[in-house]
Design a protein around this ligand. Structure first.
Ligand SMILES: [Zn+2]
Length: 118
């Protein structure tokens, strides 16, 4: 159950990060500027990081790790499929899997929240 929630959280962070100004969050430039400890980049081992604190927030979503490193390839894939699914509706190719449907519902909720609160 905890893993499920962790996955949902990551997906929600992915969604909001995708919708936000991402330009200031490039792990390469972070490293060059020596910001990776402060921003708690996920590419560093936990022991090398500054103490936990919020490093990125958008609306009511916040993370204590660099959001770019928090976004998994899986989350990105779901995010992409979600927008395809929304665009195509019933023409979406094939049946989405149970996990995909679960991801789509989470994203749908985030998108609705976005529209209601600007
Ligand atoms: Zn990073």
């Amino acid at each position: 159950m905890r893993a499920e929630r962790g996955r949902a959280k990551k997906l929600i962070v992915a969604f909001h990060f995708h919708q936000s100004e991402q330009a200031g969050w490039k792990c390469d430039s972070c490293r060059e500027a020596g910001l990776e400890r402060k921003r708690r980049c996920g590419w560093l081992p936990g022991t090398a990081l500054d103490p936990a604190r919020m490093v990125w927030a958008r609306g009511r979503v916040a993370t204590d790790r660099c959001p770019r490193s928090e976004v998994s390839a899986q989350s990105l894939e779901w995010l992409e499929r979600f927008f395809v699914w929304r665009t195509l509706g019933p023409k979406y190719p094939g049946e989405p899997s149970a996990r995909e449907v679960e991801a789509f519902l989470i994203l749908e909720q985030e998108l609705a929240g976005e529209r209601n609160h600007g």
